[in-house]
Each structure stands twice: as structure tokens, then as C-alpha cells.
Ligand binder design. Sequence first.
Ligand code: GDG
Length: 485
Amino acid sequence: MQLSGRRLLVVSNRLPVAVIDDNGNWKVGPGAGGLVTALAPVMRENRGVWVGWPGCGSEAPAVSLIEAYSTQQDYDLKPVILAEEDVRKFYRGFSNQTIWPLFHDLLGHCTFDAEGWVAYVDVNRRFAEVVAGLIEPHSFVWVHDYQLMLVGYFLREMDINHHISFFLHIPFPSRDLFRRLPWKSDIIQSLLEYDHIGFQTRYDWRNFIQCVKAFVPGATIKNYKKESIVTYGNRAIRLGTYPISIDFNEFNEAAKTKEVADAAWFVHENVKSSILVLGLDRLDYTKGIPERFMSFERMLEKYPDVQENISLIQIVVPSRLRVPDYRNLKENLDSLAGRINGRFSRHGWIPIHYMFRTLDRTQLLGHYRACEIALITPLRDGMNLVSKEYCASSIDNDGILILSEFAGAAEQMAKGAIVVNPYDIEGTADAIYSAYIMDPEERRQRMRILRAEVRRNNVKKWIEWFLHAYQQIPSEIPTGETADV
Ligand code: GDG
């Protein structure tokens, strides 16, 4: 997709590559993640530059390594170097112990630490300095996510008047939650220095508007059909919803390969149950894994005929283990899985196959294909790409998706999925049982709806919507209708 000669400058906390210590040798290699795959073609076509942290401390020779690596790519990579102290206070601290839990409605996990805020401000300013040094007259700047909410503000301070966009990958909290944040006014006013802000769902968009009304005196808001325009001082800021997605064709095609079919066969062959239920998440308290284990336990207890016929395969990908709440969660999961397995296991059958590890891509797709049911029950999630990847890989059209109503994906996928409230252990247990007994025709009908949705609204469309929205005149709401915000 061409941006009429404009140069795309993407800014995210992590670069799409990682610098790692390989037994004393520093190496640079491709990073993982959907955003990289999605943005790479647009970056190539528009002579893109990607600014971010390479994931290593300041002792690594990141600048020279990335410069050398960059010459082999079709777009440039520019590292922002962070010392261990920055990573501790800005990343593990303010970003992941204040903003992350607050924006996921989990106030009990929040710490409000002034030192963390100072580091967050400082690192955002340093990101902005790197961006300012790279900006050209026709650059199109696109900043990503909750770690970098102040970059726009600092760019304006440096007299950068370019169009700057921001996309929030995680939820935006309600006014009542957001007001707990001691730095709420700084954050929301800084966000209004962007020209265009994208949210995953209408719910997040609505929450943001309510926060603007409450905490930004003097701002006015006009709602259009699918967008709002906030006027603040002499600036007009466009807000809209752009649900992120995946490359449907890539998953659909990869799922058909022999390697993936073999990997799926291996999974089923080694778990002695006729029905497999998949849970796949980063280690995170937002993902609702303990509640999922308890729902599965309740289902085994309430419907004993399923015992020995169904198993939950739960893959937990290691993440943020240096944050205490994540270590505690890991301990909790270890003990819950052990207790439930101790209670129900029989010779030759285990109810929960719990693995704390990362899968390679073939294994990941093999699990998507092998499991008859996906149980995706976050307490809160910006979108949840796993739910979309599961449907795109369900090439036999007969997988069942059980999805939390608090995942952003539910806004698009409620029609084909079985939607649950993950806090409702009894209700989720019943939902797993209803999936277990669902007849093949209903399974196919539901999965057809889901696959059509993911195919239609794929990641390319997400990028196009977002990058083109700023050029369009917002469409007026027809007379007689009210804004659905
Ligand atoms: C944030 C927001 C939003 C997982 N395990 C393995 C593996 N994965 C890949 C999946 C998927 C990605 O990681 C996880 O994406 P999610 O969207 O589910 O979750 P977050 O990491 O929390 O992402 C979220 C997203 O940003 C995008 O805006 O949807 O709400 O929290 O792509 O495939 N990949 C491999 N092995 C694994 O074991 N290879």
C-alpha cells in the first residue's frame, strides 16, 4: 500500500528485531509478533523506518549490530538504547505495573510510584528525540501503544508539526478507573497532541471520550458515524476504532501443510482424549488462566461423563518474569494444575496438560489444528489475536471458539463464538460442556461465520483503514440517528 510518497516512521517500544547474548557473542535476529509481519510490506513499499528498543541493556553493541542488520532489510531500524535502570523503572515499573493493570481494569495489581512516572516521561522524551532526528518533510509518524503515550507531546515541544498518529493495542479504561491515576491529566492532554488516535473497540473509544470530557476542560467533541473529532486549543484530533487482525491467508495456507498436519497428529496422538481444548496465552494475570482452570475443574465435577474424554492443553508462554505479580501467577498456576490433576487423573488420562514454554510456529499451528475447542477467556484483552489465528487455522471448519466477552475480539466474533464471562465459573463450565456436546452442523455453521469475519477484516485492511482514515472527511450521522459512542 502506497502512502503517496510519504515515508512511514513507525515507533514502538520494541524493535521488530532483538539483540541477544548468545554465549558471550552479541547477535541480532528477527523478533516475533503479528505487528512485524503485518507492517513489513508497508514498510518496504514506503521506505519505512522503525524506531524502538532492541531489548538489550546498554552494554550490548546494539547500534552497530542493528545498523549492519538494517542494510540487509528493505527498511531502516533505529534503536533507542535503554539502560537496565530505565528498563526497571519505565518498562517493568510504570508501563507494566501501573498502566498495564489499570488499563485492563485490574486496579489491585497497580502500583503508583512517582519514580516510575519520572522514568516514563524521560524515556518517552528520548524516544521523541530519536524520532525528531529522523523526521523528513514528508514523514508519516505512527506511534504504537501504552509505553509511548507521551511521544507526541515531546515531538510538538520540539516544534515537529507533522501529522502524528497513535494506536493503542490495549483497552482504554473507564473514567472511574482512569481518574485514580495521579498523572491522568498529563497523559490525556499529551495524547491530544497526536492528530489521530486509534482504538481496538468502540468501548475503548467511548471510554476515552468520557475521560476527555471529564479531565480536559475546554475540549469539545463532535461525533460522526464512525469517528469523533476532538477540538482542543487550535488542534483537531480524530478518534476512531480500528480492530487489529491477522493475515488470514497466511494462517489458512500454513495450516494446510504436511508439517502442520503432522504436528497436529502428534498432539492428538499423545493426549488420550477424544476432545482437546486449547488455552494459549502469554503468562499474564489479564488472561484469566486460573479462572479457566477452575471452570474446567467445575465442568469435570458437574458433568462426570466427560471425564477421560476431554483434556485441556494449556500453553503458557513465559513473559515479564521479573515483575513480582507474574512470578506469583506462575506459582499459582503450577499449584492449581497440580491440584486439579491430582484430583481427577486416572491411569492413561490427565485432565490438564499444562506447559510453561514457547512453541515454534509449526507446533503453534499444529495445536490450533489439533484442538477441537479453543478456550480463550481473558479477564480483559485489547483484542486477542489467538482467537483469530485459531479460526484462520481451522481449515476443516469444525473448531469451536469459546471467547470471553471482555476480549476486544468479542465485538466482532460474538456471532459465531460461544461468549462467556470468565468470572462466572459455573457459566464457563456449562459453556465448555455445551461445546463438548455440540452437533457437527452447528460447529460448522459457527466456524463458517468466524472464518468469514477474520478473512474479511484481516490485518491488511486494518493498516489501510488506519493509514487512510486521516485523509478522509468524517461521514455525518444521518438526521434522526444518534451517534453510537
Ligand atoms: C497485545 C494485546 C492485542 C503466543 N504463544 C506463542 C505464540 N504466540 C503469539 C500468538 C499471537 C501473539 O503471540 C499473542 O497475541 P495476543 O493478541 O493474543 O496477546 P498479547 O501478546 O497480549 O498482545 C492484545 C495485541 O497486542 C495486538 O494488538 O490483540 O490484546 O494485549 O500472535 O500467535 N507464537 C509462537 N509460539 C507461542 O508459543 N510462535
